[in-house]
Ligand binder design. Structure first.
Ligand SMILES: *Cc1c(COP(=O)(O)O)cnc(C)c1O
Length: 391
């Protein structure tokens, strides 16, 4: 039914499997296992000859509902839900790669992703080469005979660099490499990487998909054969970082308001970014929706709008940045993002503190940098909250 429907409609009317009670809002199935009618049916389910639920580490109806709804929004054949965004990335690499394989990744990645690649995958002989998010030639040049995966976030965290998904997918395809895009910042409302040529989309559902900072969750999306036969589902089912039914239900309901929330986050963020650009103690503002952003033209093609994250650099380094944070009364001091409540982060001493000073310098994460995940408050109230520490 769904091919012609708009995203806000899909978010309300897909993934619905009513029980015998015909509930209107989706039911939550809190059960670890499922009962079979007979020994023969149990055998048929286990052998895969009969579709159906067995055990919630494998599948659960509430989790399936979330997977179907998110798949429709991303335009994906298949979706596998995971317990967090990080376990989505882990499932992707454990499912697709083997010891001796190589990853080429953007230098501007979420801190825990860098930690996973450098400190955990490395122990299993999977090496990563980091390249510029925006320089296609550096991706091409980093390809080795054993390169299996390109991995990026766009816009990146925290500097909002925009990578050209279409161009990178051409380089990847020619070399027989999978392209995975962490679509956490944009969500499918603003950007659909699979349509632009990516093979895999990763989500931290903890962020905008839930949208109210309640639960952890994640997802891997892409072609059915790659996800289901390619080892990603197999890893999840065996190793167990599956999404709980409760969390799936919370995020499923979060998806219902995703479009209006993301559009409101984005409109507020643009106003905040323009205002920050006019502040004398702000040296630079990083926001793809600003004309001053180096990839503004690309972002205009690739994304419906700039998204909810604005990063800015204040004069006076760490001390000045911390002053802005500590003067805020409304905006929460938290490393989370994608919440209805605005959050303010000092990346150099929190989300990116575990990576070395040299790596931070290379990625451009200076001590004066602040990242605001603009929430759904009135913009004038947020401006007043920041103005106190900026003056
Ligand atoms: C938060 C985040 C993750 C990790 O997600 P969790 O749900 O916290 O595990 C991955 N990528 C990006 C871009 C994020 O912001």
């Amino acid at each position: 039914m769904s091919d012609h429907l708009q995203p806000e409609t899909l978010a309300l009317h897909t993934g619905i499997h009513r029980s015998q009670f015909n509930e209107h809002s989706e039911a939550m199935y809190l059960t670890s296992s499922f009962v079979f009618d007979s020994a023969a049916q149990a055998a048929a389910r286990f052998s895969g000859n009969e579709p159906g639920n067995i055990y919630s580490r494998f599948t659960n109806p509430t989790v399936t509902a979330f997977e179907e709804r998110l798949a429709m929004l991303e335009g994906a054949e298949a979706c596998i839900a995971t317990s967090s965004g990080m376990s989505a990335i882990l499932a992707c690499v454990m499912g697709l790669l083997s010891a001796g394989d190589h990853i080429v990744a953007s230098r501007s990645l979420f801190g825990a992703t860098v930690n996973l690649f450098n400190n955990i995958l490395k122990r299993f002989n999977i090496d990563t080469t980091y390249v510029s998010a925006t320089d296609i030639n550096s991706w091409q040049a980093a390809i080795q005979p054993n390169t299996k995966l390109f991995f990026l976030e766009t816009p990146s965290n925290p500097l909002t660099e925009v990578s050209d998904i279409t161009e990178l997918s051409k380089v990847a395809k020619k070399a027989g490499i999978w392209l995975a895009v962490d679509n956490c910042f944009c969500t499918p409302i603003l950007q659909k990487p699979l349509e632009l040529g990516a093979d895999i989309v990763i989500h931290s559902a903890t962020k905008y998909l839930d949208g109210q900072g309640r639960v952890l969750g994640g997802a891997v999306l892409g072609k059915r054969d790659l996800l289901m036969d390619g080892g990603i589902y197999g890893f999840l089912r065996t190793a167990g970082p599956t999404l709980s039914a409760f969390n799936a239900w919370v995020i499923l309901k979060g998806l219902e308001t995703l479009k209006i929330r993301v559009e409101a986050h984005s409109a507020n963020a643009l106003q905040m970014a323009q205002w920050l650009e006019s502040q004398p103690n702000v040296m630079r503002v990083f926001y793809p929706g600003l004309m001053s952003h180096p990839q503004h033209e690309l972002a205009k093609h690739q994304q419906k709008s700039g998204g909810g994250i604005v990063t800015f650099e204040v004069k006076g380094g760490r001390e000045a940045a911390w002053r802005v944070i500590d003067s805020a009364r409304l905006i929460s001091i938290t490393a989370n993002l994608g919440d209805a409540k605005s959050t303010l982060t000092h990346p150099a001493t929190t989300t990116h503190a575990r990576i070395s000073q040299e790596a931070r310098d290379a990625a451009g994460i200076s001590d004066g940098l602040l990242r605001i995940a603009v929430g759904l408050e009135a913009v004038q109230d947020l401006q007043a909250d920041l103005a106190r520490g900026l003056s």
